[in-house]
Design a protein around this ligand. Structure first.
Ligand SMILES: [Ca+2]
Length: 413
């Protein structure tokens, strides 16, 4: 029996024992008090959630995938902060060169050579006065819009801390990169700054991921930033949305998202991977004008009464666009990529790969149609994966919160 099947079995067993707990735990007299009834209700709810996880979210029983992982130590690229370390953002410039956003203060752009395994500092992106000493205030994503000879146009996203009003926004700016022995970076134009500027809370819900459409534009995700008024549509503005952005303007595509850290465009189909609250991480197919329901519905549960927002109908997706797939308990998804067709990944070619933080794994997702998920297979990598890219030969490149760069391919048995 595959490990995943054992896990589902254990979950069903735990849920069953869990459902019996109130029977043994509470003598009948105690049940008469309203407090005890409320507690029993809560226990039953949590047990059902556990059971739901086992039935709706069982990992596929498909063939396990063996990975071949080469690890490079890249301590210069890792982002540091009193709140913990964070892996760098990456973008593929060519099959041997990566652009990396990070460094100790999360503000710098580097060129990383996969052949010499050396980084070269290009320049600073985030001005020192636009961040706090906190690893979440770092470059979130980099996209290469176009490249001609020794010049490239880049988009870089990052959260900005506005000191005067003590609030945070998500920023997207276009830059020109010139490549020579000493590469340079210069700002072309600010493309987007999210509104409203909100108090510092869940800055790690910035999202800020980019997916290139063509030389002129990209898709950009904006998370809820932990804004306590996210449930008020008249004040939440740009938060919790997916945008189509270009140098001449922005267009809101969808809304009702929490923290979409993964995004990939396959033909004209746009997919995002999103962190739910406790449970309820989602894979969504993005449709224009659609509300995906956060913070009103989620398959997850609120963290506690003190959390910034309480979903109206946790454990459901009633009345809103449901995800293509969801994970209870949470896996904490980051970037989403597609493996090339007919590649070294054999039968896994063309599948989606979703990186995770909490699960320390890559999740291979088969799409049997553009809106139907087939097999979902989790493969452990033993690292919190922050960003993921795919080279044209199918090898995956990942950055980890522990400051490593991983080159991942399918193991030849
Ligand atoms: Ca990236």
């Amino acid at each position: 029996m595959p490990k995943s099947g054992v896990k589902s079995g254990i979950r069903i067993l735990t849920a069953s024992i869990c459902l019996l707990t109130p029977v043994f735990y509470y003598p009948l007299e105690m049940v008469k008090s309203t407090g005890a009834i409320a507690q029993i209700f809560l226990i039953i709810n949590l047990c059902l959630l556990q059971l739901l996880g086992a039935t709706s979210n069982a990992w596929a029983e498909g063939m396990p995938i063996k990975l071949n992982i080469t690890t490079f130590e890249t301590p210069m690229l890792q982002i540091l902060g009193p709140n913990g370390e964070r892996g760098a953002a990456i973008a593929k410039l060519s099959d041997t060169k990566l652009l990396v956003g990070g460094g100790a203060d999360g503000s710098k752009l580097f060129l990383y050579d996969l052949l010499s395994k050396q980084e070269q500092l290009i320049g600073r992106v985030i001005p020192a006065n636009e961040r706090m000493n906190d690893s979440r205030f770092s470059i979130i994503d980099i996209a290469v819009l176009s490249e001609v000879k020794s010049k490239a146009t880049l988009l870089i996203s990052y959260p900005i801390y506005r000191k005067s009003s003590k609030c945070v926004v998500v920023n997207l700016t276009a830059y020109e990169l010139t490549l020579s022995d000493k590469p340079t970076l210069s700002k072309i134009k600010n493309w987007f700054t999210s509104k409203p500027c909100v108090p510092i809370s869940a800055v790690h819900h910035a999202a800020g991921r980019l997916e290139v459409i063509d030389k002129q534009g990209a898709y950009l995700t904006i998370g809820d930033l932990g804004y306590s008024k996210i449930g008020n549509r008249s004040v939440r503005g740009d938060l919790g949305s997916v945008f189509k952005v270009s140098g001449s303007g922005v267009e809101k595509i969808s809304s009702g998202h929490r923290n979409q850290q993964g995004i990939v465009l396959i033909g004209s189909d746009l997919y995002t991977a999103e962190h739910g609250p406790r449970g309820g991480d989602e894979l969504n197919l993005i449709k224009k004008g659609v509300d995906y329901g956060w913070p009103f519905v989620t398959f997850g549960q609120a963290y506690s009464n003190g959390d910034y927002v309480k979903p109206t109908k946790p454990g459901t997706h009633d009345g809103y666009q449901p995800p293509l797939h969801y994970w209870v308990p949470s896996v904490a998804p980051t970037e989403l990529v597609q493996l090339p067709a007919n590649s070294s990944w054999a039968e896994w070619s063309s599948q989606l790969v979703m990186a995770t933080l909490k699960e320390e794994a890559l999740i291979f997702i088969q799409l049997t149609s553009k809106s139907t998920v087939g097999e979902v297979v989790k493969v452990d990598v033993g690292e919190r994966v922050r960003d993921l890219e795919v080279l044209s030969d199918g090898r995956l490149v990942a950055t980890t919160d522990s400051g490593k760069l991983l080159l991942i391919s399918k193991a030849v048995n």
